[in-house]
Write a protein of this length. Structure first.
Length: 143
């Protein structure tokens, strides 16, 4: 059995699975003057190009969608943010897939990304990232 958790504001998310690696992350989508600097530091060139072409009204929300996917991945590896967010690259054209990850964590196609949409709240972004070759049960709990 594996589990991972994340919290933001007054929300908590828990992912539980069996025979897998998994990570979960949720974040409040708040406007920050430092988003461009964080994109430069933590996003790959492909992700940066996608983000920079977005209308200003979508940049904050898309930043957090990409950030939570990346954060969930590094948590699933057991290394956390120290692994580096730039080295796991989300496919902007298919955002539930990776373009690249470090070779020691397997193939990008072995990992699945699930955005957390049950929040009914666009001010919160979230994702669960899973590597498994078995059918997986995931439970997400929000308080």
């Amino acid at each position: 059995m594996e589990f991972n958790l994340s919290h933001t504001g007054n929300k908590i998310a828990i992912a539980v699975g069996y025979r897998c690696q998994l990570g979960i992350d949720i974040e409040l989508c708040k406007t920050r003057s430092s988003l461009s600097a964080l994109v430069e530091k933590c996003f790959d060139k492909v992700e940066k190009n996608y983000w920079q072409q977005l209308p200003e009204t979508l940049k904050a929300q898309e930043f957090y969608r990409f950030w939570t996917r990346k954060e969930a991945f590094v948590k699933a590896t057991g290394r956390g943010i120290a692994l580096g967010l730039k080295i796991c690259v989300i496919n902007p054209n298919q955002p539930n897939t990776f373009l690249r990850i470090p070779a020691k964590f397997g193939l990008p196609s072995e990992w699945r990304i699930h955005d957390i949409n049950q929040l009914n709240d666009t001010s919160i972004a979230g994702a669960v990232v899973i590597k498994t070759d078995k059918k997986l049960l995931i439970e997400q709990i929000f308080i």
